[in-house]
Design a protein around this ligand. Sequence first.
Ligand code: PRX
Length: 654
Amino acid sequence: MDTPVTIQSVLKEKRVFKPDPGFVRQANLRPTEYRRWHKEAERNFEQFWARRAKEHTDWFTPWKKVLDWRLPFAKWFVGGKTNISYNCLDRHLEGPNSWRRNKAAIIWEGEPGDQRVLTYADLHREVCKFANVLRSHGVKKGDRVAIYMPMIPELAIAMLACTRIGAIHSIVFGGFSAEALRDRILDAKTVCVVTADGGWRRGQIVQLKKAVDQAVEGDSPVKSVIVVRRTENEISMTEGRDHWWHDVMHDASTHCPPAKLDSEHPLFILYTSGTTGKPKGILHTTGGYLVHTTVTSKYIFDLKEDDTFWCTADIGWVTGHSYVVYGILANGATSVMYEGAPNWPDVDRFWQIVDKYGVTIFYTAPTAIRTFMKWGDEHVKKHSLSSLRLLGTVGEPINPEAWIWYNRVIGKGRCPIVDTWWQTETGGILITPLPGSVHTKPGSATRTFPGIFAEVVNDQGEPVPPDQGGYLVLTRPWPGMLRGIWGDNERYRQEYWSRFRGVYFTGDGARCDKNGYFWLMGRVDDVMNVAGHRLSTMEIESALVSHPVVAEAAVVGRPDDIKGTAVAAFVSLERETKASEELRHELRGHVVKEIGAVARPDDLRFAEALPKTRSGKIMRRLLRDIAAGETSVGDTTTLEDYSVLARLRESEEA
Ligand code: PRX
């Protein structure tokens, strides 16, 4: 791992925002209760989570043991049986909450402006039907189902249908390429793919079915492909393998009792970038994830019956899994889903949606906030936004300037902001303000959620004093934690549990101030956060070197005002190949084909050779400095070829 020896923290933000007394009075978790929760969790964190589980989730069979912890393998709510689709649907149709039957579960808007509202009863019916469809296509408990879809209600239906019968979903973000989808299908051996003909993005059709056709071509474990008709573009359907959603749903029965699943039954796999070229399938299981997402949703977002909650993340990322679908529906709340781009047809689309549906809680990424800032306040000011009462951010550190803008221009100084830190691996939020209880400081994710234990440590794994930078680690297991990497326990151990003894290594740099507030400082490994999307430098490098003319490639992140981090690639070509503008274009396109548009390099520079140490390691620190345009390039005494450096500097993109 290429980590800096000391992490210097430069951010010194002093402003403090106290929750408004009016907000505090109505908060789901008020200050006294919040302090009590922390004390309770410090005394006995297992009991703390068990209490929360009893209060907020329903089980067919109670657990016998709260936690079985054999580092690094955890089992939560051992022996308990439950079902997430039951918790998200059935329990809102029967018993004391049966009045929710006709409450909106999902309010959906397509990019062209079409709309659909699914009540809890509607959603339950569709989920039962699709669960029966999956069964009739031979999908059994434990089988993997790939979902590659636009942001349409059928995506949530497909997920919930999988959990209903105990099939494991593997959602692949619709922006990933056919190659990326193929790799994920093969790794998880998925037997079925649920997709659509296409999805709308900035007025264009994203050709999803076409990508699926390429991904399952030749030898494939996939037996059936179910296709939602969305964009009505011409697609080919393979007889016997491909089926239209509306055909198979037509006669499906609405009766499908939820499977009684073991608490540790696998729920989903979600691939994410790690420090190697191969994405890893993060595995989450049923009971712990349900408890974690349900409880965090209710208290961090202060969810009330009449709230309209909008998380703008695509369900293809973990934020969408946990806070568009599972955590929100488990609370019987109303979740808004939007299919398209924030600037289609105009840059005020999000604010239009907020006003139209009366969104009360809005959760988005800092990159989006910085983009809105750049587009200008006038687009926001056309809309009232008076329904908003709480704002959230996730995915990357938020700079104080963007935080203040969010507070002032979107929240009108009235809405608390919850800056929530977590990861695909953590399943749910871990470090965050509680909006009625914690004073916020712009740029800090504040404190751990009760029942979560984090520290900042130095290279030796020793806690560092307040305000000193270091590595963020989690010192105790938590219910929503990943249970492993699909098919690779050794990599699981290596990536998360080997850097520091006995604790989980997050891969993030952080400092903790005197008040116990965490200030996240970005990744310290070879993972980048590009526009809130997680990408691995190695993965982009392997995509580049898979092109026949590329001899070597190195990819680093460089600071970017909007995206947080931009992708900078350095490429040396095979002999006899000439660098050109066309080739630069082609190589960028090649990365899009191999991984997807999210990974397209922002800068691509050609170099005769890459700077290496005598032992042959690429000097990434140096490349980072060059990419950032820094004049001082640090200590280069181990550079094998000084002239490489000079030539790289000259290779600035025209
Ligand atoms: O670096 C941290 C950053 O996003 C990483 C996790 O990325 P991913 O698994 O894609 O999940 C993103 C959505 C949960 C973390 O290691 N990150 C996430 N939230 C924050 C953050 N960095 C700073 N502040 C945050 N609130």
